[in-house]
Write a protein that binds this ligand. Structure first.
Ligand code: G3P
Ligand code: MG
Length: 243
């Protein structure tokens, strides 16, 4: 069975994560899709960055929620990774959706409301997804399961994925209880009994973050549908391109 490859935070092993450079690299590859993380700026703009704070991946400091979109745009989001990428910026979600307009890639938008609640973020993200007509190309996921439950009620046609680190003993029942269409698990769940039972009973399983050949082979043997990887080119050598 085909293994679907999702570039985790874009092609983040070789490019600064969650930047246009990382996403442009990902769209140049024959992979199934990309994963990206969304937070909300102080003035309510959905922006693409992994951490709650800008410190690790930019030359700035502070929480995303305390900085306006214009303030966030002043930060350099590339030079922490390599001098070659100086000048990369934190993208808005809109900018990223524009890049993927017209490509066939799927987009896994992770709603990062599991630490700060970001009132209104989910509704704005769903609004953008509808504006761009992305429909079934999108998967909304989160460690904030309450936002997954609400997203499924507000936009039943969009696919949802429940993110978790635990070895849930009956993940399909839990996913069904919150309206999640797919399981998005860490590697240990995928390779143990509960993950196997979930796959055997028909659950869609996507696994993060799979960067080594050894882990990729384990996860492939589990019957998972997809992997999230920082190294999509390396995983293409192993699994081949998306049909
Ligand atoms: O969506 C899969 C994965 O991205 C979840 O963890 O921390 O990399 O966002 P994290
Ligand atoms: Mg993520």
């Amino acid at each position: 069975m085909e293994m679907e490859i999702f570039a985790h935070r874009g092609a983040s092993g070789t490019h600064p994560e969650n930047t246009m450079a990382a996403f442009k690299k990902a769209v140049s590859l024959p992979i199934a899709g990309v994963e990206l993380d969304v937070h909300l700026s102080k003035d309510g703009v959905p922006v693409v960055i992994h951490d709650e704070a800008v410190d690790r991946t930019t030359d700035g400091a502070g929480f995303v929620k305390d900085l306006t979109f214009d303030e966030l745009k002043e930060l350099d989001a590339g030079s922490w990774f390599s001098e070659e990428f100086r000048g990369e910026r934190i993208p808005s979600l809109r900018e990223v959706l524009e890049l993927f307009d017209g490509t066939g890639h799927r987009l896994n938008i992770e709603l990062k409301s599991d630490i700060f609640p970001y009132p209104g973020m989910r509704e704005k993200v769903i609004g953008l997804v509808k504006e761009f007509g992305l429909g079934r190309r999108v998967i909304l996921s989160s460690f904030d399961h309450e936002t997954i439950r609400a997203a499924k009620q507000e936009a039943p046609d969009l696919e949802t994925g429940v993110l978790f680190m635990e070895i849930l003993s009956d993940a399909p029942a839990y996913a069904a209880s919150i309206g999640a269409d797919a399981l998005h698990s860490a590697i240990p769940f995928a390779v143990r009994g509960p993950g196997q039972r979930a796959v055997d009973s028909g659950s869609i399983l996507r696994v993060f973050t799979v960067n080594s050949r050894e882990h990729a082979e384990w996860v492939a043997a589990s019957g998972a549908r997809a992997i999230f990887t920082d190294y999509p080119e390396k995983m293409l050598e192993l699994f081949g391109g998306h049909k």
